[in-house]
Design a protein around this ligand. Sequence first.
Ligand SMILES: Nc1ncnc2c1ncn2[C@@H]1O[C@H](COP(=O)(O)OP(=O)(O)OP(=O)(O)O)[C@@H](O)[C@H]1O
Length: 308
Amino acid sequence: MTPPGDGAVELDSLVKRYGAAAAVDGLSLRAARGEVTALLGPNGAGKTTTIEICEGFRRADAGTVRVLGLDPAADARALKPRVGVMPQSGGVPGTARAAEFLRLVASFHASPLAPSALLERLGLTEHARTPFRRMSGGQQQRLSLAVAVVGRPELVFLDEPTTGLDPQARRATWDLIGELRAAGASIVLTTHNMDEAETLADHVVIVDHGRVVAEGAPATLTGAERQLRFRARPGLGLEELLSALPAGCATKESPAGHYLIEADVRPELLATVTAWCASHGVMTEDLRIERRTLEDVFLELTGRELRA
Ligand SMILES: Nc1ncnc2c1ncn2[C@@H]1O[C@H](COP(=O)(O)OP(=O)(O)OP(=O)(O)O)[C@@H](O)[C@H]1O
């Protein structure tokens, strides 16, 4: 960890209002240098607004913003060559051809990545001469990512880098983000995909209604607790099952036919559950023991689902 005041991004009590509504409502966070920080939250949580304030595209109504120790509005010129930005929608002129534009952006930087190799690894070689507006949504997204990273920036902001990408393109994007991190870059990204946050992030900041509701390393947030899940016919007598389990367990059926037992999962517990099912003629399917996910953490904190 870097000492206080030396983070890649430091936000303190940030507020941004649109009319009466606060899109960002007293948000504070610190993204450490050399780490991947993920802002995770549902639609409308304030992630894009926050990141756009950091990028200098919007002004906060209150609070302080430091990006690489500088003010993104007042020090925009100093920050520009050091910070890469992948906005949620494009950011590339509609008539620009992929390879030409990427080479142009690369030429503004002292030691850029090789544009053709970058296009290749993001699966864009075939589209090198295609104007941006003629590309598919996923191709545009990958080109925006290439534009954001081609200058080897110290800090990269990625707003929903993989939303809507097919699995192969998502994997290529994750690999590239991993390599940037390994090369020492700081990365701040937004996502509503908890797998993405768990896979990529050193530090996850869960945002809801413009505020931070929890933050930490993914494994710290989800904890070491295990839970038991299985599928079976709907409407099992959960109260009766619960009475057969040790004190402190919780059971839930949601949605119908999907069961969750939150407990200290030990071999005896597993034996009790399967024995109870056997004695009631219940065939379980898809029985598994797993860790809590970030989705579970979000649900617990807010009473709502992340994807809602
Ligand atoms: N220019 C604007 N004018 C008015 N309201 C806005 C504006 N930009 C954002 N908002 C509102 O601010 C809130 C936060 O939006 P924001 O885009 O920051 O959320 P988000 O977490 O990035 O959501 P998503 O995951 O859907 O992109 C939303 O309620 C949105 O409607």
